[in-house]
Write a protein that binds this ligand. Structure first.
Ligand code: CIR
Length: 264
């Protein structure tokens, strides 16, 4: 049976801390409401479970306001996990806090030791390559170190550019299947997906480009009906999750989990 990079058995998540209002953000859109973000997080976990995943729920780390965005702390590949080095200095400790939680699942765990940095939100793993967007959070040295590790595991890393003003590469794109990408028109115009089939987000719905394909389900944020309809018409099983509070601090569907199949 072919292995697809959207088939997973496990996810690691971390519940939002009460300090979430101190989370980083590019633009002030008001603070997330703690009760509401906690409820949305529960919906997200249920969506992962309904898609067939066993979900680990880690407790919040109050000293790290952005700790629920676990994707930025590690990259999980079929051969092992890589503990990343976030470019946001206030988030760096989140990666070492994640490392012990990967140990039960992976026999091979590598670490980006720096001085470069790379965040998981800038990494899109597809069937044939790993695209890494250079951004304010991911630099050339971080990509070079990641490339060495991933190469030893048989992966080809391609450096791409996260558009200026966009937080992460995956803020603007998602993998839908082995050859199809959901992307904003802005990112698609950069030409980085020339060898893929691209579905663009509907006009005015660019904020839903960060979705996740998990087994047979595409989980996307609620409130983007035109894009949801486009995906459904193309045959995808779409499930929506409320994300208004995470979105206030630039968080989306991919950020909230590490998705993988254990090697142990
Ligand atoms: C941050 O700026 O780091 C957080 N407030 C949001 C991180 C979102 N992570 C992701 O897209 N992978």
């Amino acid at each position: 049976m072919p292995y697809y990079f959207y088939q997973f058995t496990h996810a690691i998540t971390r519940r939002p801390p009460t300090t979430i209002c101190d989370g980083l953000r590019a633009v002030d859109q008001g603070n997330p409401d703690f009760a509401r973000i906690s409820a949305h997080h529960g919906e997200y976990i249920a969506a992962l479970q309904n898609a067939g995943m066993t979900v680990v729920e880690l407790p919040p780390l109050e000293q790290f306001p952005d700790c629920c965005f676990v994707e930025d702390t590690a990259l999980c590949l079929p051969q092992g996990a890589i503990v990343l080095r976030p470019g946001a200095v206030t988030r760096r400790g989140e990666a070492s806090a994640m490392a012990p939680h990967l140990a039960p699942f992976f026999d091979d765990i590598a670490v980006i030791s720096g001085p470069g940095f790379v965040e998981g939100g800038d990494i899109l793993v597809t069937e044939r390559e790993i695209l890494v967007g250079r951004s304010a959070r991911t630099d050339a040295a971080g990509i070079a170190e990641l490339t060495q590790i991933a190469k030893a595991w048989g992966h080809h890393v391609r450096e791409v550019i996260t558009p200026p003003g966009v937080l992460h590469f995956k803020t603007d794109c998602s993998l839908l299947d082995h050859q199809t990408i959901l992307a904003t028109p802005l990112l698609n115009a950069s030409g980085c997906f020339a060898d893929y089939t691209v579905i663009e987000t509907a006009d005015g719905e660019e904020a839903c480009a960060n979705a996740i394909r998990v087994n047979d389900t595409v989980i996307m944020p609620a409130g983007f009906p035109k894009t949801a309809d486009i995906l459904a018409a193309r045959g995808y099983h779409v499930v929506t999750v409320n994300n208004s509070e995470c979105a206030k601090i630039d968080g989306g569907m991919s950020c909230l989990s590490l998705r993988f199949t254990p090697t142990l």
